[in-house]
Design a protein around this ligand. Structure first.
Ligand SMILES: [Zn+2]
Ligand SMILES: [Zn+2]
Length: 223
């Protein structure tokens, strides 16, 4: 906890601990960025343009994905300090990475929709990190953002194992009452691991009327 507080007040570089900055110039120049031209267009994994090791045997309801960087330091640390350290300024830093990697990929009709975090996590943190990232990205790219999804797990998450919690959460995505999903939706979240969470969210949106769903994630955790 002490370490977290030190990190949060004042900010320190997520890469090298330099005080007074969230990400120093040197660490910024060495980020583990994924080059969109070489990445898998389906899942955003690096070097997946020809035959993607990560997704060739998986079916997704979304039609494409981009990920800004590998889930490695300092990006992984920035994600943790945002979510668990409450350093919400990292949402803006990470949104800058997304703005760069989605340049020329986001279209005029796209609407950003954050993947809603589990209600227990939002209560614990006091904010929804994906909504923070999506809001900052909306400002940077002049793209509309709508919080169309909500999550209402039917079972008590604490009573479930890790795998069951995931299934329960994915099964709990709903379109908010009174909202209709945008025709062309871009889901936004911090990390893309297997794509299963994005797939579950995309299915709900498509069932409710979206005609195209794509995915933007800050970090790609390759399996
Ligand atoms: Zn640094
Ligand atoms: Zn792929």
């Amino acid at each position: 906890m002490r370490e977290l507080l030190d990190l949060v007040f004042p900010p320190r570089c997520a890469g090298c601990d330099l005080p007074g900055t969230l990400l120093c110039e040197r660490c910024r120049s060495e980020l583990p960025l994924i080059e969109p031209a070489h990445a898998c267009p389906r899942c955003g994994a690096p070097d997946g343009r020809v035959r993607c090791r990560e997704c060739h045997d998986r079916a997704f309801a979304f039609s494409g994905a981009r990920c800004a960087a590998l889930l490695e330091p300092p990006v992984s640390r920035a994600v943790v300090v945002l979510k668990d350290g409450g350093e919400r300024r990292y949402a803006v830093e990470l949104a800058h990475l997304l703005a760069e990697c989605s340049s020329g990929w986001l279209g005029a009709h796209d609407v950003l929709v954050p993947v809603v975090a589990a209600p227990g996590a939002v209560r614990r943190r006091g904010f929804d990190h994906a909504a923070d990232i999506a809001r900052a990205l909306a400002r940077l790219t002049d793209t509309p953002m709508e919080r169309v999804l909500h999550s209402a797990p039917s079972a008590d998450q604490r009573a479930l194992g890790r795998e069951a919690r995931f299934v329960n959460r994915a099964a709990s995505f709903r379109v908010r009452p009174g909202h209709s999903p945008p025709a062309s939706t871009v889901l936004v979240d911090d990390v893309f691991t297997t794509g299963a969470t994005f797939d579950a969210a995309a299915r709900v949106l498509i069932a409710a009327g979206s005609t195209r769903v794509r995915v933007l994630a800050v970090a790609r955790a390759c399996t």
